[in-house]
Design a protein around this ligand. Structure first.
Ligand code: AQP
Length: 345
């Protein structure tokens, strides 16, 4: 890997992040990403958010389901507080600069870097040779998503940290190979009580929209009864909640529920443990279910309202794509010229 370069961080602050339409949205996606996307927008930062449909097709997607999920995720962004007039919101495939810059990065990045990615190892399983080439090159496209806007900061959950490091490596190598401080070395923003929400069935696995078990996750489309039932059945242990967070060190399922409570209520996990010290899960879980329903029900209702008008969602995505392309195309053109590709029109 190349030496860290002398890329001065003189780039104006710009936020980019994306979510794959590879299934319905989970509480993990909401707490680790969506909720924070809206908070960052509300602080006045320049924010660009994307439904990354080209990433979703690295594993086979039913075309009709993909269209529905893309609109559903756009609706989830808006229902969570992302305002398409203040943030740019679009789907990735409508801005061709992402795929074009990804090709340039495929020629900068090294194959070995891709094989080291834990997400590739997890998703390709025992039969890596049979997975799509796109799945292996996924981080290169992710780097293009971010660097097509020269984004300086990317809010993500803990699980995306390794991919973000690879984006930094690609920017550094490009700048080094072409001797120009062209791309910023992007910083991840991994903050809050719920940077890694775990499965409700197994505290060692993250909550994921593609987990085969629906009981492992709370979906943003779940109704109140379903949310309450899933929390009631969530795996825990027989001990009461401890006096301090230290007491949750070897209790991943219990720690997960405390983190979820903290993130939903806007408290620290320490404050939650102090409030519930000595309580049994039999009394903590109903309180958590009540809180989850209170916070998620308005989002679900707004998503349903938006989903009733798919034409309007498509219009918002198209408008966002035009605004995104206006930023990305000149950056792509400059990267092509730096690499020696002729642009004569
Ligand atoms: N469990 C989680 N806790 C906190 N943050 C999470 N994120 C995902 N799961 C959790 C964050 O959500 C954003 C969007 O993720 P993604 O859709 O691009 O892909 P992912 O990280 O691979 O999410 P999933 O739900 O696990 O999707 P599948 O099952 O398709 O792989 C990211 O910021 C991510 O960190």
């Amino acid at each position: 890997m190349s030496e860290p370069v002398q890329t001065p961080q003189t780039f104006p602050t710009r936020i980019f992040s994306g979510i794959q339409p590879s299934g319905g949205m989970t509480l993990g996606n909401y707490l680790g990403a969506l909720k924070r996307f809206a908070e960052i927008q509300n602080k006045g930062a320049e924010t660009i958010y994307c439904v990354v449909d080209l990433h979703a097709i690295t594993v086979w997607q039913d075309p009709e389901a993909l269209r529905r999920q893309t609109r559903e995720i756009a609706a989830a962004f808006i229902a969570s507080g992302v305002d398409p007039s203040r943030s740019i919101l679009f789907n990735q495939s409508q801005v061709t600069a992402h795929a074009e810059l990804a090709w340039l990065f495929n020629c900068v990045a090294r194959i070995g870097w891709m094989y080291r990615m834990t997400q590739f190892k997890d998703k390709s399983g025992k039969n890596a040779e049979n997975s799509s080439l796109g799945l292996l090159a996924y981080p290169s496209l992710m780097a293009a998503d971010i660097l097509a806007y020269k984004a300086t900061h990317v809010p993500v959950g803990e699980d995306q940290k390794q991919h973000l490091e690879l984006t930094r490596d690609i920017a550094i190598k490009f700048n080094h190979d072409y001797k120009v401080p062209f791309f910023p070395v992007t910083e991840p923003l991994i903050e809050g009580a719920a940077t890694k929400v775990m499965s409700l069935r197994d505290g060692s696995k993250k909550m994921s929209k593609s987990d085969p078990s629906d009981q492992s996750r709370i979906n943003l489309t779940d109704d109140a009864d379903t949310i309450a039932a899933k929390i009631r059945k969530a795996k825990t242990d027989a001990e009461p909640l401890p006096e301090s967070l230290d007491g949750l060190k070897d209790r991943p399922e219990a720690r997960n529920l405390v983190n979820i409570f903290a993130a939903l209520s806007g408290q620290t996990p320490e404050a939650v443990v102090t409030e519930f010290a000595g309580a049994q899960f039999g009394s903590f879980k109903p309180r958590l279910a009540e809180l989850a329903v209170e916070k998620l029900a308005p989002i679900t209702a707004e998503m349903n309202r938006l989903m009733a008008d798919p034409g309007e969602i498509d219009r918002i995505l198209g408008d966002g794509a035009n605004r995104a392309a206006a930023i990305a195309q000149p950056i792509l053109a400059e990267a092509q010229q730096i690499m020696g590709l002729i642009r004569s029109r």
